[in-house]
Design a protein around this ligand. Structure first.
Ligand SMILES: Nc1ncnc2c1ncn2[C@@H]1O[C@H](COP(=O)(O)OP(=O)(O)OP(=O)(O)O)[C@@H](O)[C@H]1O
Length: 324
C-alpha cells in the first residue's frame, strides 16, 4: 500500500464545483515549515475534514485559506458561494475573504463575552448589512428595517444551534459547549458559502459532541453550506466527514474516504509516531488496528475497534489535554 496519496482514492471531482483550490502551498516561519507543498481541493457541499497530530499544520492551513497567513509559495483560489467565479485568496485580507463567503470559528473561542448571545450573532449578521453609519445614526427607515431583520435572523440562528433560550445571556456566562455553538451561529450570520470549524468539539462533553455532529450535518445538508473541519475527535470526524485530508509535519500524507483513512498505514504511523513500515508491521500483527474514537475521552485513539471480548487496544491512551 502506498504511504502517500497525491490523488484522491475516489474521484469526487466529476462535474463538481470547486470551493477551495489549493496548489502547492508552502508556509514558513523562519526555520519552521508549517505547510510543505500542500495541494488539495474542496468541493461544493461536502464536509471535508483535515486531521493530523498536534503541530501537523492544520490551523496554519486554515489561516492560509482565510488570509491570516500568506504562504510564500503556491496559489489558492476560492469560489465562496454557489456560482461565484474563482478568485485568488493569497494577498487578500481576512475581512475581504469573509465577504467572499468564508466564515470560520477558532480553536480558542473568540466571542464578545460582555455582549449577549443575541448581540454576538448580530455582529456577524451586520457585517453583511447595507445601511451605512449615517442611516444608523439617524434611524432612517432602511436602517430600522435592517435592524428588525437582523434581530429576527439572529433569533433564527440561535434556534438553529439550540441557544434561543440563552439569547439574552452574556456570552461569557455561557457553558463552554454553548459558547462553541454560539461561535458557529455568529459565523453563520455572515451568510457564508463555506464554514471553517477549527476544533469545534474541543472541551465539550459526549452529549455536546453528539449535538455538534448533528449541527454540522444540518449546516451542510439543510443550509447547503460546505464545511471544512479540523477536529481531533476521531469519532466525530469519521461520523460526519465525506472525505478526509491528513497532514503530518506540514505535508499531506493521505486523502480519501473515512474508511480508507482509518486503515491507512501512513496515517496510523503518524498518530503512533512511528515509521509507516513499523505501522504496517503492526497492522499485519493486528489487522483490526484503525483510527477510532476513545468513547470516554473523546480523543483520537488507535485501537482495535471490534475485539471479540469487547476490549480494545489503545497504544496512545492520550487524552486531548495531555497531547497539547
Ligand atoms: N505564527 C507562527 N509562528 C511560528 N511558528 C508557527 C506559527 N504558526 C504555526 N507555527 C508552527 O507551525 C507548525 C504547525 O502549527 P499548527 O498550529 O498549524 O498545527 P496544528 O496541526 O493546527 O496543531 P494543533 O493540532 O496542535 O492545533 C508548528 O510547528 C507551529 O509551531
Amino acid at each position: 500500500m502506498t504511504a502517500t496519496t497525491e490523488t484522491p482514492a475516489v474521484s469526487p471531482s466529476e462535474g463538481r464545483e470547486i470551493v477551495f483550490d489549493v496548489n502547492h502551498i508552502t508556509l514558513r516561519f523562519g526555520g519552521v515549515t508549517s505547510i510543505n507543498d500542500v495541494s488539495l481541493r474542496m468541493y461544493r457541499d461536502e464536509i471535508l475534514a483535515v486531521i493530523g497530530p498536534n503541530g501537523a499544520g492544520k490551523t496554519s492551513l486554515f489561516n492560509s485559506l482565510t488570509g491570516v497567513y500568506t504562504p510564500q509559495e503556491g496559489s489558492i483560489t476560492l469560489a465562496g458561494r454557489t456560482g461565484d467565479a474563482p478568485q485568488t485568496v493569497i494577498g487578500k485580507k481576512t475581512h475581504v475573504i469573509n465577504h467572499m463567503g468564508v466564515a470560520r470559528t477558532f480553536q480558542n473561542i473568540r466571542l464578545f463575552p460582555a455582549l449577549t448571545a443575541l448581540e454576538n450573532v448580530k455582529v456577524g449578521i451586520e457585517t453583511r448589512m447595507k445601511a451605512g453609519p449615517i442611516a444608523s445614526m439617524l434611524g432612517l427607515p432602511n436602517q430600522r428595517r435592517e435592524e428588525r431583520e437582523s434581530t429576527q435572523r439572529a433569533y433564527d440562528l440561535l434556534k438553529l444551534v439550540g441557544l434561543v433560550n440563552r439569547a439574552n445571556n452574556l456570552a461569557g456566562s455561557l457553558a463552554y459547549g454553548e459558547q462553541r455553538r454560539l461561535e458557529i451561529a455568529r459565523a453563520l450570520g455572515t451568510d457564508p458559502g463555506v464554514i471553517l470549524l477549527d476544533e469545534p468539539a474541543a472541551g465539550t462533553n459526549p452529549v455536546e459532541k453528539r449535538d455538534l455532529a448533528d449541527l454540522i450535518r444540518l449546516i451542510n445538508r439543510e443550509l447547503g453550506i460546505s464545511v471544512l473541519l479540523i477536529e481531533h475527535d476521531m469519532k466525530l470526524v469519521m461520523s460526519v466527514a465525506d472525505r478526509l485530508i491528513v497532514l503530518n509535519f506540514g505535508s499531506k500524507i493521505a486523502e480519501g474516504l473515512p474508511e480508507e483513512i482509518q486503515r491507512n498505514p501512513a496515517v496510523i504511523a503518524a498518530y503512533l509516531g512511528t515509521s509507516a513500515e513499523e505501522a504496517e508491521a503492526q497492522a499485519e500483527a493486528q489487522p483490526e488496528l484503525e483510527l477510532i474514537a476513545d468513547e470516554t475521552e473523546g480523543m483520537t485513539s488507535l485501537a482495535e475497534s471490534t475485539e471479540p471480548d469487547g476490549t480494545s487496544f489503545d497504544p496512545t491512551t492520550s487524552t486531548e489535554e495531555e497531547s497539547r
